[in-house]
Design a protein around this ligand. Structure first.
Ligand code: GLU
Length: 397
């Protein structure tokens, strides 16, 4: 019997980041001492004031009912105010649509903007779900490759080479998952100016906005390139900044017609986002921010530990990530060799080997359009982080 699954869904793969995370969790549940570098989520609990706000909302009968599809009024107000305060972005609450996590927000943007065959330019290494979401929405992902030498940043020249008459949008991500690359504000401005000069839409994923380290500076594309603002959709959420991955609250700030289109779509998909989670997100944005600073400090410390340890491993390269909570080391010298009697031709082989021999789970670069590398999340405790990298070292030495 032929598969009942549509061609559209048959063409996409399971999210490799979630698959690695689930595999590590099930091995741990089976008693194996697996260290999971796969999960792109903070190990911290959600700050107590946010949890308390959710508990209050649970007891409020108005939270038990359907609410407005694009989000609770006070939350949309808070999102607009926070974008102004943190990024300098002037937007009205009517431009805000709250969705079930940044992931759903992104999918709804692609579905709202793209007609069949519309091309979206994005830089590799890219987050695993972007090309799949673009394809499911009927678009065509057009990938521009970047490497360690360029700090994993795409230039305007590269983007221009990828542009065709079918290009509808640029997907711009800084800080970047999986590389941690952060574009300088001047480069963000140049990229925005280029997009505007060709009438392209820009979808900019700012989910790691607050996780920036050292001298790096976050810049919001529609702020530093105001000429791009009328065709720009900003995606953000509470997951990474406030250790709220499981609460599933993300949003877009979009021109009003796009926000209205997304709202129509969402009205048929999920209606409103869970009201309790929205109340928690409201507290996250408007309550004390001290926990954010503490988490950023911890990530920065772990970042430096991870980079130093990875650079000390033979055959491993590691550029310095300036944002998010990932390192993206290169294993090019290891490929083509035999390790512990097993041929390692690809970073997929390497990931399998490290899981078997070191009980360390990482996400191979193939998942991000960058074979030869692997992603190591440093959003885990320092003792585990150190031991995990030591285990990798002992297998590779
Ligand atoms: N964005 C995170 C990651 O890259 C969460 C998992 C996912 O949804 O892919 O690991």
């Amino acid at each position: 019997m032929s598969s009942p699954v549509s061609a559209r869904v048959a063409a996409i793969s399971t999210s490799p980041t979630l698959a690695v995370t689930a595999k590590a969790a099930s091995l741990r549940a089976a008693g194996q001492p697996v260290i999971g570098f796969g999960a792109g989520e903070p190990d911290f609990p959600t700050p107590a004031n946010i949890v308390a706000a959710a508990q209050l909302a649970c007891a409020d009968p108005s939270a038990h009912k359907y609410s407005a599809t694009p989000g609770l009024g006070p939350l949309r107000d808070a999102i607009a105010a926070k974008a102004k305060a943190d990024s300098g972005l002037a937007a009205s609450p009517e431009q805000v649509v709250v969705a079930n996590g940044g992931k759903q927000a992104l999918y709804e943007v692609f579905a709202t903007l793209l007609d069949p065959g519309d091309e979206v330019i994005l830089a590799a290494p890219f987050w695993v779900s972007y090309p799949e979401q673009i394809a499911v929405a009927g678009g065509v992902p057009v990938v521009v490759s970047t490497d360690e030498a360029s700090g994993f940043r795409a230039s305007v020249e590269q983007l221009e080479e990828a542009r065709t008459e079918r290009t509808k949008a640029l997907l711009f991500v800084s800080p970047c998952n999986p590389t941690g690359a952060v574009y300088d504000p001047e480069d963000v401005a140049m990229i925005g100016a280029w997009a505007a000069s060709h009438g392209l839409w820009v979808i900019t994923d700012e989910i790691y906005q607050h996780l920036v380290y050292g001298d790096a500076t976050f810049a919001s594309l529609p702020v530093v390139a105001p000429e791009a603002a009328e065709r720009c959709v900003v995606v953000n959420g509470v997951a990474k900044t406030y250790a709220m991955t499981g609460w599933r609250v993300g949003w877009v700030i979009a021109p009003q017609d796009v926000a209205a289109g997304m709202t129509r779509l969402q009205s048929h998909l999920t209606s409103n986002v869970c009201n309790v989670a929205q109340a928690a997100a409201l507290e996250a944005l408007t309550g004390p921010q001290d926990a954010v600073a503490e988490m950023v400090e911890a990530f920065d410390r772990r970042r430096r530990i991870a980079v130093d340890m990875l650079r000390a491993l033979s055959g491993v390269t590691c550029s310095e990530p300036e944002g998010a909570f990932y390192t993206f080391p290169g294993f090019h010298e290891v490929l083509g060799t035999e390790v512990r009697g097993r041929p390692v031709a690809t970073t997929l082989d390497l990931a399998d080997l490290l899981l078997d021999e070191a009980q360390v789970a990482l996400v191979p670069g193939e998942a991000f359009g960058a074979p030869g590398h692997a992603r190591i999340s440093y959003a885990l405790g320092e003792a585990e982080l150190t031991e995990g990298i030591e285990r990798i070292g002992s297998v590779l030495s």
